[in-house]
Design a protein around this ligand. Structure first.
Ligand SMILES: Nc1ncnc2c1ncn2[C@@H]1O[C@H](COP(=O)(O)OP(=O)(O)OP(=O)(O)O)[C@@H](O)[C@H]1O
Ligand SMILES: [Mg+2]
Length: 374
């Protein structure tokens, strides 16, 4: 039997050389959650339906399909229509109905996620913001910590993060408490945000000379959670695309790492370095840290490459990858310019639906068991 470090080394070696040249097999087709309205077990079993081939991945109109699909049939049986678009619409109607019927559990204690990937533009911020909004919509109390000097998560949540505002910088480098800088997002009354301002750009250097420089976010977050009558159910930390001290602070503050992976050729490049760093943090600074969740983002079902990359990632991380895949969607990319998540910007869009499904999957999977590895 191989030790966990041998397994990890083998896995890392394998992901360094992703094989994306072969044509996808039918099994390589992306998984779509076949939501079983009756039971949450639908998410824990291998319960996937074939994708709607040939359909536009994004923003199809969302009226009810022309054919007469009763509410009953839309949740239980898959109905075949004449056109890919009709099939897509029917499929989305069914998934939406299942979501509406699911009652999601709240975690027994706060789940703290770091959303990280040192690769830029893979959907970290988009995932943080939309998952947070989706979780808040299900009744959870959620905090987003924007740890990226770009401040994109703050913008997307409609939070004021001009330079003169107090921010996470004042907590990390100054003496402020987290509670002093938290703002409520107009998105949802259960959704709060610790904004990032441009000052954070200098924090990597300023932190170097500070005492307990890797622990500063962890300590501030712990103090704040302890002071709360009803602590947050979820804390999501949006990381910059680097592995510097800001990201290390996020890894030390979190229990779970969520890695968004873009379904593109270079998707797996650098992933082994990220995993090595997480292992180092786990060994030296935060033994509770686990890569609990991998989310495939910006998926375009029309390309073989996206299907192959998705399958490669699933092969390497079968336990961590969510069954839900986030499609490439114009609505998702438009939403931040209105200071909104895609959930409130266009609730019925495919991007909104997928992020709500991803949030449901995360809630239903629950936190990883202490000491248990996948
Ligand atoms: N599902 C999607 N469909 C279409 N566009 C998307 C999707 N997800 C993200 N985008 C767009 O891709 C770009 C990068 O996304 P995002 O900012 O979330 O990535 P990031 O990993 O946080 O980037 P950075 O590394 O710079 O922090 C943004 O313009 C965003 O609007
Ligand atoms: Mg970002």
């Amino acid at each position: 039997m191989r030790s966990s470090s041998e397994e990890r080394a083998a896995r890392e070696q394998a992901i360094e050389t992703p094989d994306v040249t072969q044509e996808p097999t039918p099994e390589a087709a992306p998984a779509r959650v076949d939501w079983d309205a009756a039971t949450a077990a639908a998410l824990t079993e291998d319960n996937v339906a074939a994708p709607v081939q040939g359909a536009e991945p994004d923003d199809a109109p969302t009226p009810e399909p022309e054919a007469s699909v009763s509410r009953e049939t839309s949740t239980s049986a898959s109905v075949e229509f004449d056109t890919p678009l009709a099939n897509l619409v029917a499929d989305e109607a069914r998934r939406r109905a299942v979501l509406e019927q699911s009652d999601l559990p709240l975690p027994v204690s706060t789940r703290v996620f770091t959303v990280s990937n040192q690769k830029g533009g893979v959907g970290k911020t988009t995932t943080t913001v939309n998952l947070a909004a989706a979780l808040a919509r299900t009744g959870a109390h959620v905090l987003v910590v924007d740890l990226d000097p770009q401040g994109n998560a703050s913008t997307a949540l409609g939070i004021d993060h001009r330079a003169e505002r107090q921010s996470v910088y004042d907590v990390l480098v100054g003496e402020m408490e987290l509670g002093d800088v938290i703002q409520r997002s107009p998105e949802n009354e259960r959704l709060d945000c610790v904004p990032a301002t441009i000052h954070l750009a200098g924090a990597e250097i300023e932190l170097v000379s500070l005492v307990a420089r890797e622990q500063r976010l962890r300590r501030a977050l712990d103090r704040h959670l302890e002071s709360m009558e009803r602590p947050y159910d979820y804390v999501l930390i949006d990381c910059p695309p680097s592995l510097g001290l800001l990201t290390i602070n996020a890894f030390v503050a979190a229990r779970e790492v969520l890695i968004p992976i873009q379904c593109e050729y270079y998707a797996l490049e650098g992933l082994s370095q990220l995993l090595r760093n997480i292992e180092l943090i786990e060994r030296h600074l935060n033994p509770d840290l686990r890569v609990s969740t991998i989310l495939l983002t910006m998926y375009d079902s029309r390309t073989n490459l996206a299907q192959q990359v998705a399958q490669d990632v699933r092969d390497h991380f079968p336990a961590e990858v969510l069954k839900t895949i986030i499609p490439r969607s114009v609505r998702v990319s438009e939403a931040p310019s209105y200071g909104q998540s895609v959930i409130s910007y266009d609730f019925s869009s495919s991007g909104s639906l997928s992020y709500r499904e991803a949030a449901a999957e995360i809630a239903l999977r629950g936190a990883p068991q202490p000491g248990k590895r996948s």
